[in-house]
Design a protein around this ligand. Structure first.
Ligand SMILES: [Zn+2]
Length: 344
């Protein structure tokens, strides 16, 4: 298998009509080199789709969708290029975890973009990946950043674009409208995720979420794969006409994070509708005494719910998609109706 330095990879080095498995070497001077598997298929001149999975190491659906798509690609029929990086964060993947293990740096890769080459392994990896994205893609191309619910949260299936003004905004939204998942998401801006920082650089970008729970449900993988096929047709890389367009308003979301550490007893399920002030759950002590009642800060629909009961202060418990026309809040916030006995 050919090994290429991540910062020296160029689509132009692949002849038209070729399809190749590569190992991309990164961070040679820090702790590496670290090898990132890459699946590349290049057809005739055209646009490029770069699909990245595994920024969080325990989110497996996108990894599988990339591999399954690559297996069916025939570069002779392609006008453009597909690049898939199924395991973008080998530190977290090896640890079977969302974030890098403490022995590396303990960081969440999706919070440290645009990164920094000399500070820590995750920050250096973020820099190398974003530089790779910027070198591979133009305003005519597209990045997909695959996520799902990690081990401790379940998401509804959704495709979205960052609510970040700039040259990539309209193209990102249009691509998200053609991916084909059941929910269309206008993702609030926040610093650190790959898909936010690539959008900020003017690179059209979409992000996805689905069930997760550190599983890899066949229907989730199939939906991600179908979306990849839709996007290849949307970008005219594969023939097959235009996929259908989701013309509904994109839903904005609010994250509800834990105001205290404890055990979350959930009262609402995925896809349930809630009204502002309605109880979402209760955080209890090990003895079962309530510490905090969690209420919805907005009216809307539950698009993510914590599935692992133990929760630490600041961790995501729920994501609520605002009812259409509802107020829009950017920031993550914790919301409690009442706070009872402190634990300890
Ligand atoms: Zn993720």
């Amino acid at each position: 298998m050919r090994k290429v330095s991540l910062d020296e990879f160029s689509i132009a080095d692949l002849p038209a009509g070729s399809r190749e498995r590569l190992l991309l070497a990164a961070l040679p001077g820090l702790i590496g080199p670290v090898s990132l598997p890459a699946l590349v298929a290049r057809g005739q001149e055209g646009r490029t789709l770069l699909a990245i999975a595994g920024v969080h190491g325990d989110e497996y659906e996108g990894m599988e969708a990339i591999r399954l798509l690559f297996d069916e690609l025939d570069p002779v029929k392609m006008r453009g290029t597909f690049i898939g990086l199924p395991i973008a964060n080998p530190f977290a993947y090896e640890a079977r975890a969302r974030v890098a293990p403490l022995s590396v740096d303990g960081l969440n890769l999706a919070r440290v973009f645009p990164g920094d080459p000399g500070v820590s392994a995750s920050r250096a990896l973020a820099r190398a990946l974003l530089d790779f994205v910027a070198a591979a893609l133009t305003i005519d191309d597209l990045l997909i950043d695959f996520h799902s619910g990690s081990a401790d949260v379940a998401f509804a299936p959704m495709n979205g674009f960052r609510d970040i003004p700039g040259p990539a905004r309209a193209r990102s939204e249009e691509a998200a409208r053609h991916y084909g998942l059941p929910n269309l998401w206008c993702i609030p801006d926040s610093p650190g995720p790959l898909n936010a920082e690539s959008s900020r650089l003017g690179i059209p970008t979409i992000g996805t979420e689905t069930t997760g729970r550190a599983g890899c449900e066949p229907e989730d993988t199939a939906a991600y794969l179908a979306g990849l096929r839709n996007i290849l047709a949307f970008l005219d890389i594969l023939p097959g006409g235009h996929p259908s367009r989701d013309s509904r308003p994109a839903r904005k979301t609010v994250n509800v994070v834990a105001p205290t550490t404890g055990f979350l007893r959930v009262s609402k399920r995925l896809h349930q509708r809630v009204t502002v002030g309605e109880e979402l759950g209760v955080i209890i002590t090990p003895f079962g005494d309530p510490m905090a009642t969690i209420c919805s800060p907005v009216s809307g629909t539950v698009w993510a719910v914590r599935s692992m009961p133990p929760v630490r202060i600041g961790e995501l418990m729920f994501m609520i998609a605002l009812a259409e026309g509802g107020p829009y809040q950017h920031q993550e916030r914790s919301q409690t109706c009442t706070t009872e006995a402190a634990y300890g």
